[in-house]
Design a protein around this ligand. Structure first.
Ligand code: PEP
Ligand code: MG
Length: 571
C-alpha cells in the first residue's frame, strides 16, 4: 500500500477505484494519405462514427434516468453526428482531397464551428459548442482513445485529475464519484468549492499524483486527514469501511440541523446566509436567511463577450425575485488575479494577485463598472439589494466606488429609470490595511463582510492557489484571529453590520470562535449550513467569548485548532 498526503478540503471517507481524468486534446496534424489508402481511411471514419454514436446512446440512456433535463444534449449531439451534409463533405475530403480521416473531420467541423461562433445569436454560439464537443468525441474515437468523462461511471470511484474546471463538474456523476483528488488547487479553489457543495470527499495538492498512481486500482481516501491510500490491504480496507460508516451516520445526524434557527443556548441569534455564484440558487437555498456573497464573476466567465447591461439586469432581477425579502449582497466584479476573461485581454503582470484586479480594474474600465452598477441598481426594485466592493484597500478606494454608484443614480434619475432608494453600499474586508484601519471604515460604510480567503493570503503573504505553500496559509493562526477581532470589534462598536463570507465562515471548527468574537452574521456555501447550525445551537455565546480570548492568547495555529476542536467535541 502506498500512502500519498495532500490537503483535505472537503471531509469524508471514500472507498473506490481510481479513475484518472485527463481531458482529451482534440488537436490534429495536417495529414494526407496516398490514394490507395483512402478506403482504409473511410472505413476508420465509419467505425469511429459508429463508436461515437454508441457512446452517445449510452450517455443518453444514463442521463434520461439521472438528469432528464441534460439528456437532450446527447440527442442533439447524435443529430450532429448524423448530419448528411457534413458526412458528404468529410467523405469528399478523404476521397478527393486525400485527407487523413481525422484531418478531414477536423477541417469540416472546424468550418462550421468558426461560422457558428461568429454569429451574434447565442443559440448559434451554443451550437458551435455542441459541434466542438462532437468533433472532439469523433477525433478521440479515430485515435482509439477511451472516453474519460465524469458524468457516467459504473462503480464507486475516486477521481484523480490535475485540476477540475466548472465544465468538468457540471454533470459529475454524484452517485458514483466518492472522492476527488487533484494535483493543483488550494482550499479556496474551484475544485474545493464544488466538492464541498456536493458533499464529495476531496483532497487537493498532491504533487506528481497523475504520474505515480495507476488507473483502475482500489484506493481509500481519508479526506479528514488528507491521506490517499493506494491498493490498501484487507485490514486497512475493513478499518476504513468502519470509519466511513461512522462518518456517514454522523453526517446524517448533522443534517437534521440544516434548517433550524441558529440561536445559541444563551439566546444569541446568528443569521446564516449563503454564498452563491450562479443565477440558479443552490440546493438548500430555502434555509438561507440572506445572500452574504453573490460572486458576479460567473456572468463574465461563462460568457464569450462582456455581459451587456440587460443580460446582467435579467440575472440580478431573477435572483432578487427568487430571494423575496431576503437581502442579496451583490459583489461587484472581482476579476483579475487567477480569474481571466478571453475577451478582455490584460497585460502580463508579474504578480497578478497584487496587480490590477477587482475594484482597481473597475476603476480602470469605468464603462465596465458603470454597466454593472446600472444593471444592479435597475434590478434593485425587484428585491432587497445591497452592493459590496471587493478588494478595497483604502478609504479612497471605498469613496471612489461609492461615488461611482452615486453617479449612476444621478444618471438613472435623469432618465427617469427607477431604482430602490435605500440600497446599502458596503465592502469586503480582505486586505490587511483595512483591518488596521477598521474603525475608520466602520464609521463610513453601511456594512462589511470579511473575505478570509484573501485576507489570509495577504496577511501571511502566501498564495492561496499554490499547493506548495498550504502549510503557511494559516486561517486559524492566533494572528488571524486577532485580526478578525479588531475588525469585528470596530464594526460592532460603530453599530454597523459585519459578516464573514470567506471559507472560514462555513468551517464548523471555526464557528464557536467567530461567535465568540462577536459575529452574528455568517455567510457560507449551503453545504455548510447543517454543521455550522449544529455548533451554534450547541454552544453558549458567553463561553465562546472565553474561547475567543483563549485562542487569541495562543502562540500557534495548532494550539488554536486544538482549543477549538476541544470546545465543540461534545456537541
Ligand atoms: C474571500 O476572499 O474570502 C472571498 C470571499 O472572495 P473570493 O474567494 O471570491 O476571492
Ligand atoms: Mg476575495
Amino acid at each position: 500500500m502506498t500512502i500519498l498526503q495532500g490537503n483535505p478540503v472537503s471531509p469524508g471517507i471514500a472507498i473506490g477505484r481510481i479513475y484518472k481524468y485527463i481531458p482529451f486534446d482534440p488537436s490534429v496534424a495536417e495529414t494526407f494519405c496516398a490514394p490507395e489508402e483512402t478506403e482504409a481511411q473511410v472505413a476508420a471514419y465509419q467505425t469511429a462514427k459508429a463508436s461515437a454514436r454508441a457512446e452517445l446512446d449510452t450517455l443518453f440512456a444514463h442521463m434520461s434516468k439521472e438528469n432528464p433535463e441534460k439528456a437532450g444534449i446527447f440527442q442533439a449531439h447524435t443529430d450532429i453526428l448524423d448530419d448528411e451534409v457534413m458526412d458528404e463533405e468529410i467523405l469528399a475530403g478523404i476521397q478527393s482531397a486525400y485527407m487523413a480521416a481525422d484531418y478531414a473531420v477536423a477541417t469540416v467541423f472546424g468550418t462550421y464551428i468558426d461560422m457558428f461562433s461568429q454569429m451574434e445569436d447565442p443559440l448559434f454560439k451554443e451550437r458551435a459548442m455542441d459541434l466542438q464537443d462532437v468533433q472532439s468525441r469523433f477525433i478521440r474515437n479515430l485515435h482509439g482513445i477511451e472516453e474519460r468523462n465524469l458524468s457516467s461511471l459504473s462503480e464507486a470511484t475516486i477521481v484523480l485529475a490535475e485540476d477540475l474546471f466548472p465544465s468538468d463538474t457540471a454533470t459529475i456523476d454524484r452517485q458514483h464519484v466518492m472522492g476527488i483528488v487533484t494535483e493543483l488547487g488550494g482550499s479556496t479553489s474551484h475544485s474545493a468549492i464544488i466538492a464541498k457543495g456536493y458533499g464529495i470527499a476531496a483532497v487537493l495538492g498532491i504533487e506528481g499524483l497523475m504520474e505515480t498512481v495507476p488507473d483502475g486500482v482500489q484506493a481509500v481516501l481519508d479526506a479528514t486527514t488528507g491521506a490517499l491510500m493506494i491498493a490498501p490491504d484487507a485490514e486497512t480496507l475493513a478499518e476504513y469501511e468502519q470509519k466511513r460508516e461512522t462518518f456517514l451516520k454522523e453526517r446524517e445526524y448533522t443534517q437534521k440541523f440544516i434548517g433550524v434557527e441558529a440561536i445559541t443556548k444563551d439566546g444569541v441569534k446568528i443569521d446564516v446566509g449563503m454564498n452563491i455564484g450562479s443565477v440558479k440558487l443552490p440546493e438548500h437555498q430555502e434555509h438561507a436567511e440572506f445572500i452574504g456573497l453573490f460572486r458576479t464573476e460567473f456572468l463574465y466567465m461563462e460568457s464569450d463577450h462582456m455581459p451587456t447591461e440587460n443580460e446582467q439586469f435579467e440575472a440580478y432581477k431573477s435572483i432578487l425575485l427568487a430571494m423575496g425579502d431576503r437581502p442579496v449582497t451583490l459583489r461587484t466584479l472581482d476579476i483579475g488575479g487567477d480569474k481571466k476573461l478571453d475577451y478582455w485581454p490584460m497585460p502580463h503582470e508579474e504578480n497578478p494577485f497584487l496587480g490590477n484586479r477587482a475594484l482597481r480594474l473597475c476603476f480602470a474600465r469605468e464603462d465596465v463598472f458603470t454597466t454593472q452598477l446600472r444593471a444592479a441598481l435597475r434590478a434593485s426594485v425587484h428585491g432587497n439589494l445591497q452592493i459590496m466592493f471587493p478588494m478595497v484597500g483604502s478609504l479612497e478606494d471605498f469613496r471612489r466606488g461609492k461615488a461611482a454608484v452615486e453617479a449612476v443614480q444621478v444618471e438613472l434619475d435623469q432618465a427617469g429609470i427607477p431604482y430602490a432608494p435605500n440600497v446599502k453600499i458596503g465592502m469586503m474586508v480582505e486586505i490587511p490595511s483595512v483591518a488596521l484601519f477598521a474603525d475608520k471604515f466602520a464609521a463610513e460604510v453601511d456594512f462589511a463582510s470579511i473575505g478570509t480567503n484573501d485576507l489570509t493570503q495577504y496577511l501571511f503573504a502566501v498564495d492561496r492557489m499554490n499547493p506548495q505553500v498550504v502549510e503557511y496559509y494559516q486561517e486559524f493562526s492566533p494572528i488571524m484571529i486577532r485580526t478578525l477581532a479588531q475588525i469585528i470589534t470596530a464594526f460592532n462598536q460603530a453599530g454597523k453590520p459585519i459578516s464573514i463570507c470567506g471559507e472560514l465562515g462555513g468551517n464548523a471548527k471555526a464557528t464557536a470562535i467567530l461567535v465568540g468574537l462577536g459575529l452574528t452574521k455568517l455567510s457560507m456555501n449551503t453545504a455548510s449550513f447543517a454543521a455550522c447550525r449544529r455548533v451554534i445551537t450547541g454552544i453558549e455565546a458567553s463561553k465562546a467569548k472565553d474561547l475567543a480570548e483563549q485562542v487569541m492568547a495562543a502562540d500557534t495555529e495548532a494550539e488554536v485548532k486544538q482549543l477549538a476542536e476541544a470546545f465543540i467535541a461534545h456537541i
